[in-house]
Design a protein. Structure first.
Length: 130
């Protein structure tokens, strides 16, 4: 059985979302997109938490991997899925924040930007690929 690519822990008023693909610096793939959308749907429910904190397992918050997001013949469906998940995070009725922006590249930066609050360490690596 595959481990979840995105984990959710509810602790009272706090939802802790963990991007769980540390072997690829939490880069997205179609399963990651589906898991992220499912987690966001849970915390958008009527009995929602007050705060959603998003973090990454391992040494990175999140990086982008466009080659893994849209498999051959997908017709960019996974890209639309990512955009839908980002829009859902942006529209959450609770406040959201990345837990630790250490490495956020491409889609990881986009994910941090849709959150309500962002803090980054001085040594953080944040950017978009060329």
């Amino acid at each position: 059985m595959l481990a979840s690519a995105v984990d959710l822990a509810l602790d009272g008023p706090v939802a802790r979302i963990t991007l769980n693909r540390p072997e690829v610096l939490n880069a997205g793939d179609p399963r990651w997109v589906a898991d992220l959308r499912a987690v966001v749907a849970v915390i958008a429910a009527p009995d929602r938490p007050a705060v959603a904190v998003i973090g990454g397992a391992g040494r990175a918050f999140c990086t982008a991997s466009t080659s893994r997001l849209s498999p051959p013949g997908d017709d960019a469906g996974s890209f639309r899925g990512v955009e839908d998940a980002m829009t859902a995070i942006e529209r959450l009725p609770c406040r959201s924040s990345p837990r630790s922006t250490v490495t956020a590249w491409g889609g990881g930066l986009q994910l941090a930007l849709v959150c309500d609050y962002r803090l980054a360490a001085a040594e953080a690596t944040i950017g978009l690929p060329r």
